[in-house]
Design a protein around this ligand. Structure first.
Ligand SMILES: C=C(CC[C@@H](C)[C@H]1CC[C@H]2C3=CC[C@H]4[C@H](C)[C@@H](O)CC[C@]4(C)[C@H]3CC[C@]12C)C(C)C
Ligand SMILES: C[S@@+](CC[C@H](N)C(=O)[O-])C[C@H]1O[C@@H](n2cnc3c(N)ncnc32)[C@H](O)[C@@H]1O
Length: 362
């Protein structure tokens, strides 16, 4: 074979490998996003790296002053501009964990965890249900489809609103699911306008849990149920153990959290704003299967994704800064896995609350 033929063969082979890597390997586990579709929300291409740096320098430190806690929602919004497409690409349309279920796929385990909400809050046809921190609407679609109720989701991130609406349309659920952009700490909904409410791994972004719980209490009808899956440290966490602290701070930094709360604080906050606490349980405890195995099993996938985002950046198909965001998520996955394995952290402390029926008006 002469040199030209050799070079041509090598070029065809390289192109084939690139095609396979980007279009075949690069598609999401749950069909939808591919590596070539990675945008950074509403951030313009040239600002991604700066925005990431601003995010990182803000969340690197604890948010212990009033001034810094007031800035949290804006930085959470930036965070979701940076990560939403990567989450969809590498995880799917539901941005949360689920206990693994033997012989069932991740997709099934996710749906089971979401549908549990329907039973807990007794959602049924004719009900108007609030999804507090709805992401791109994975849970909302599962809950609306299962219960026959109408679900209204709220998220602070405009880009997620457009993604969620587009997914709702494609799933034929845009009649049952509505999405609004807003801050769950000050919602524009009327008092007593929802029959039920839920939040899945979202209220952990609130600097003060009582502020979001009080808002949910306000918009719920008397007698309505609210369930939340909370991110918390468990009783096994020791603040004097440097390894525990490193893990928890790693989770906070990489997930835009102003500070994780302890498991035993949650019910007190719910009662303080007026709720009756009906049930409280860590859904991660046995017999539930470990939620973190899905993160651990993906080492090879992480490496592949790292190569993909690097190649995409080199080819200018992805904006500068994506590699850093991806590295941050990789590190976060390590801390989350550690939190799960040591048992010092759970992302699914379930609390079921009820707004009491006002005796005077009944
Ligand atoms: C509830 C929250 C988000 C929870 C999870 C959905 C996400 C937490 C960490 C994320 C990920 C970590 C590693 C990424 C990997 C490096 C990349 O190649 C593909 C995507 C990841 C797997 C990504 C997916 C989503 C998470 C698991 C928080 C923010 C309150
Ligand atoms: C980890 S995602 C979970 C999304 C969804 N519950 C799911 O499980 O797919 C957290 C969500 O909370 C939203 N969020 C965080 N802080 C918020 C705030 N102050 N107001 C409204 N939404 C907020 C984010 O925009 C994001 O949609």
């Amino acid at each position: 074979m002469d040199t030209a033929a050799l070079l041509a063969t090598a070029a065809v082979f390289a192109a084939g490998v690139l095609y396979w890597f980007i279009w075949v390997m690069g598609s999401a586990e749950v069909k939808g996003k591919r590596a070539v579709d990675l945008k950074m929300g509403s951030i313009t291409k040239d600002k991604v790296q700066d925005k990431y740096k601003q995010y990182w320098s803000f969340f690197r430190r604890p948010k212990d002053t009033v001034e810094s806690s007031e800035k949290v929602p804006a930085f959470v919004d930036t965070f979701y501009n940076l990560v939403t497409d990567i989450y969809e690409w590498g995880w799917g349309q539901s941005f949360h964990f689920s206990p693994s279920v033997p012989n069932r796929s991740h997709r099934d385990a996710t749906r089971i965890h979401e549908e549990r909400v329907v039973d807990l809050i007794e959602a049924r046809p004719g009900h108007r249900i609030l999804d507090v921190g709805c992401g791109v609407g994975g849970p909302m679609r599962a809950i609306a489809a299962r219960s026959g109720s109408t679900v209204v989701g709220i998220t602070i991130n405009e880009y997620q609103v457009s993604r969620a609406r587009s997914h709702n349309r494609k799933a034929g659920l845009d009649g049952a699911c509505e999405v609004v952009c807003g801050n769950f700490l000050q919602m524009s909904f009327e008092d007593c306008s929802f029959d039920g409410a839920y939040s899945i791994e979202a209220t952990c972004h609130a600097p003060r849990l009582e502020d979001v719980y009080a808002e949910i209490y306000r918009v719920l009808k008397p007698g309505g149920f609210y369930v939340s899956y909370e991110w918390v440290t468990t009783g096994l966490f020791r603040a004097d153990d440097p390894k525990h602290v490193e893990t928890i701070q790693g989770i906070e930094r990489g997930d835009a959290l102003p500070g994780l709360r302890a498991q035993d604080q949650i019910a007190g906050v719910a009662r303080k704003v007026g709720f009756e606490v009906v049930e409280e349980r860590d859904l991660a405890l046995p017999p539930a299967g470990p939620w973190w195995t899905r993160l651990k099993m993906g080492r090879l996938a992480y490496w592949r994704n790292h190569v993909l985002v690097s190649v995409m950046t080199l080819l200018r198909l992805a904006p500068k800064g994506v590699v850093e965001v991806h590295e941050m998520l990789y590190e976060t996955a390590r801390h989350l896995t550690n939190g799960g394995e040591t048992g010092i952290f759970t992302p699914m402390h379930m609390i079921l609350c009820r707004k009491p029926i006002d005796k005077a008006s009944s």
